[in-house]
Design a protein around this ligand. Sequence first.
Ligand code: TRP
Length: 365
Amino acid sequence: MGKIALTGDRPTGKLHLGHYVGSLKNRISLQEDKSFDEVYIMLADGQGLTDNFDNPKKIRDNIIQVTLDYLSIGLDPNRVTICVQSALPALTELTFYYMNVVTVPRLERNPTVKAEMVLRGYNKDDEGLPVGFFTYPISQAADITAFDANVVPVGEDQKPMLEQCREIVHKFNTIYGETLVMPEIMLPKNAKATRLKGLDGKEKMSKSLGNCIYLSEPSDTLKTKVMSMYTDENHINITDPGSVEGNAVFNFLDVFCEDRHFEQYLKDYKNLDEMKEHYKNGGLGDVKCKKFLLAILEELISKFRMERAKWENNLSDVYDILDAGTKKAISKTDATFKRVKKAMHMDYFEDKNSIINEWKDILKV
Ligand code: TRP
């Protein structure tokens, strides 16, 4: 069997550079990789609703935002299929049946669910985890298996979801016979180059922490954001020695800077190592580093902005891309669901004569 990849995002906000280096960039290589027969990218709106059920408008608005983010970075709808989760009925139906092969304690042990329980004060009397959120690892297993995906390209944080999915596949196949495809996680290759700090130097870039640069970031706010980035609080005078560890600007440079950028934007150095040496020894100011980073990011993001603007002026095509992608996904996932129902002996309406014969046998008539 060829390779089929499925991955996706919750449409809960515009995508940012953290998403870009952590997963989106990887998807561009997937669409260029001839060894994949099919690549699906799903807008997981149903999953997004599990912790935003009181704010459906947020999910709805971000369907178009995230789709435009995808298109702006160069995902090509001729090579990847972009689809909308809530329009695929097979996913919810599969979830219903997979629930039988997962225990409550196993879900409670899922690290993502566990963390969420702590966050929401699970132990308090009047607060708890909605069942929908509690069971979303099962629904994610339905997503993955419905597409027969054998490769799931995601970040480190999704490991528990993949493990849970693999257990479901194993248990289902053991009970009902070989039916579901066992998926493998595909983690980003270069861990160092795929972890982007927040602008404030915090471990992670995240919308809720308000420390992001968006893929659609306008020029002026990009500048303000980069110029206010966290560096090294002990690097007060230019002549002071500076630290590149924990320094958000150097973390960004580690991720985005290439040797050619020095030739183009900062001729004082040949490469990042030379620049770092100077910073560590003292004599290189933060403003100069930030201006260099800004030039690099402006070059990257201006390409995204231009591509995004093109699609924004052609929303009818964007609609058609989502519509066609979702239709393809419906037929793909329906086919899997049919197979699953057969395996579970629930295929009553496939062949009238044969089921009537079966009934006769049971009834001895
Ligand atoms: N849980 C993923 C996230 O939060 C999104 C997602 C939903 C997903 N279904 C998926 C990822 C299936 C990969 C495969 O980012």
